[in-house]
Design a protein around this ligand. Sequence first.
Ligand code: COA
Length: 162
Amino acid sequence: MNAIPIPTETVVAVPAAMPTPTPAATTDVVSNVVNDVVTLPLDRQPTIRIIPMPADTNANGTIFGGWVMAQVDLAGSVPASERAMGRVVTVAVNSFLFKQPVFVGDLVSFYAQVTKTGRTSITVEVEVYAQRHRFGSEVVKVTEAVLTYVAIDENHKPRPLV
Ligand SMILES: CC(C)(COP(=O)(O)OP(=O)(O)OC[C@H]1O[C@@H](n2cnc3c(N)ncnc32)[C@H](O)[C@@H]1OP(=O)(O)O)[C@@H](O)C(=O)NCCC(=O)NCCS
């Protein structure tokens, strides 16, 4: 059996040692990326936190992209169904970027928030972070995606948002 590769392109983030963001240094307040130092978002709770297992790997030994996509879809559906106050279905994956691999044993956190609503549709941004060593402080943003959900009625037809 092949050894699981050790991540080489990661960013070490120690929250207590985070530099105080200044307007010039802050590049992305929402995802807490400051001068390439990454922490988990401080202003939100993750919708899902999960640890992938060996059964979730692909032929390279890293986590299968389809597994990540399934978790992203589930995570995004949570704020979407809350906003819809009922059942939703996914109508589109507008964008999906695998920025870094996920490894067995990572603690993976999915942050989802509604960014847009239409008559029946709800668009959600999902950001995914991996803590490489669960009890350490190494945090990597691994995926970002935008999905659109549609509120549906009991006949599976689009239902206007209220
Ligand atoms: C989602 C579904 C109910 C939409 O039905 P429809 O008759 O095509 O409905 P509409 O054309 O009125 O579109 C509904 C909304 O989706 C939006 N939409 C449709 N296609 C879209 C796309 N490619 N990207 C973004 N939004 C889209 C529309 O703009 C509309 O939004 P609005 O009401 O806010 O303006 C239907 O396509 C469906 O059941 N799809 C299968 C869903 C599914 O099985 N998903 C996987 C498992 S959850």
